[in-house]
Design a protein around this ligand. Structure first.
Ligand SMILES: Cc1cc2nc3c(=O)[nH]c(=O)nc-3n(C[C@H](O)[C@H](O)[C@H](O)COP(=O)(O)OP(=O)(O)OC[C@H]3O[C@@H](n4cnc5c(N)ncnc54)[C@H](O)[C@@H]3O)c2cc1C
Ligand code: FES
Length: 333
């Protein structure tokens, strides 16, 4: 079914589509993950910073573009896949206040947002929101589940020199501060089903998985879930106590922390290495599973490259790649 929408000059086509309520596939919004690939049937686009890394020359020659980076030069006719089950979620721009903050790890802050009482945010477990800052936006996954949306929970990792995250840590933004958000966004959502599920978090990639896990466990879904959480040190597995409590209470839930920079003491009682390798060591045949993964682009790349070779069915890997905002210069810190 066709939809017509207006794209401003210089605006990424994906952004215009999302604002118009058209939930097109995407993840990183930085031209890396390839999720927003679509085909141009008529018209011309350009990329402000040249061909993005997430698309090859051969794909480009076949008419494919990355909508998160593409700017329209003319009217366009685009063939893209719409994610049906989130297409009806209304994306809103809302004011909100920081209700409270708590340090979860030395560089991770739990930020609880209080939304206007008359304007609740309807979202699905796993989605994210954008914090709007003048002409820029910063994406953060929602860690609270849809059934507990009085305060919307975010896990914000400090990025040294980061325009937004530094202000959360240096006192520039404290309890009571007013923010503007846009959301919910994204199609990294929990899908109902009966088969076993593997979840893979890298660092604050635990946030959307926490939303999914609370949604599942607190609504009594009896699906087998094994969650792996990759982090540098034990302190970075910042909600381990909560997760281990779930392991005690729910027989169908398992958990494994995997430390990449473990000290000798940590290595004595933890799995050590890369989280995706630990998953494959425990589950060399991924054919029966659905996999939900969220975290740094390098981790997502590793999963996308290796899991299909271990039998993971096409379309059974759902992921969110926590890439930098597109307006930042990569590697400038
Ligand atoms: C869909 C999605 C969901 C996300 N969810 C979360 C989340 O739940 N929690 C969370 O902490 N982050 C999350 N992120 C990443 C987060 O949006 C960025 O880290 C954030 O935009 C940094 O904002 P900033 O203004 O502080 O830094 P910026 O001013 O944007 O960046 C300053 C410099 O730091 C570097 N930088 C920026 N971000 C990162 C990074 N992530 N890692 C390493 N270097 C970086 C860049 O080189 C940049 O030049 C998510 C990203 C996406 C795309
Ligand atoms: S490449 Fe466009 S969303 Fe990742």
């Amino acid at each position: 079914m066709g939809r017509t929408l207006h794209v401003d000059a210089g605006q990424p086509v994906l952004e215009a589509a999302l604002r118009a309520g058209l939930n097109l596939p995407h993840s990183c919004k930085s031209g890396h993950c390839g999720s927003c690939r679509a085909r141009i049937l008529a018209g011309a686009i350009h990329y402000p910073h040249g061909r993005p890394l997430g698309i090859s020359e051969a794909e480009e020659a076949r008419g494919f573009v990355l909508l998160c980076q593409a700017r329209a030069d003319t009217d366009l006719v685009v063939s893209a896949r719409v994610i049906a089950n989130v297409a009806d979620v209304e994306i809103k721009t809302l004011p909100c206040r920081i209700g409270r903050m708590a340090l979860l790890a030395p560089d991770v802050m739990q930020v609880m947002l209080r939304l206007p009482a008359v304007e609740p945010l309807r979202f699905q477990a796993g989605q994210y929101l954008d914090v709007l800052l003048d002409d820029r936006r910063r994406s953060f996954s929602i860690a609270s589940p849809p059934h507990d949306s009085e305060l919307v929970e975010l896990h914000v990792r400090r990025v040294r020199g980061g325009g937004f995250t530094e202000r959360i840590f240096d006192g520039g933004l404290t309890t009571g501060a007013l923010l503007r958000i846009e959301g919910p966004i994204g199609q990294f959502i929990y899908r109902d089903g009966t088969g076993p599920v593997l979840m893979v978090a890298g660092g604050t990639g635990f946030a959307p998985l926490k939303s999914m896990l609370r949604h599942l466990l607190e609504s009594g879904v009896q699906r087998n879930v094994h969650c792996f959480w990759g982090a540098r040190h034990e302190r970075d597995v910042y909600e381990q106590a909560l997760v281990l409590d779930w392991v005690r209470r729910f027989a169908h839930f398992r958990f494994t922390a995997v430390l990449s920079d473990a000290s000798v003491a940590e290595a004595a009682h933890h799995r050590v290495g890369w989280v995706h390798d630990a998953v494959l060591a425990d589950y060399p045949d991924l054919a029966p599973f659905e996999v939900y993964a969220a975290g740094p682009p390098a981790m997502i790349e590793a999963l996308r490259e290796s899991f299909p070779r271990h039998g993971l069915a096409p379309g059974k890997l759902y992921f969110d790649s926590f890439d930098y905002a597109p307006d930042t210069r990569r590697g400038s810190t």
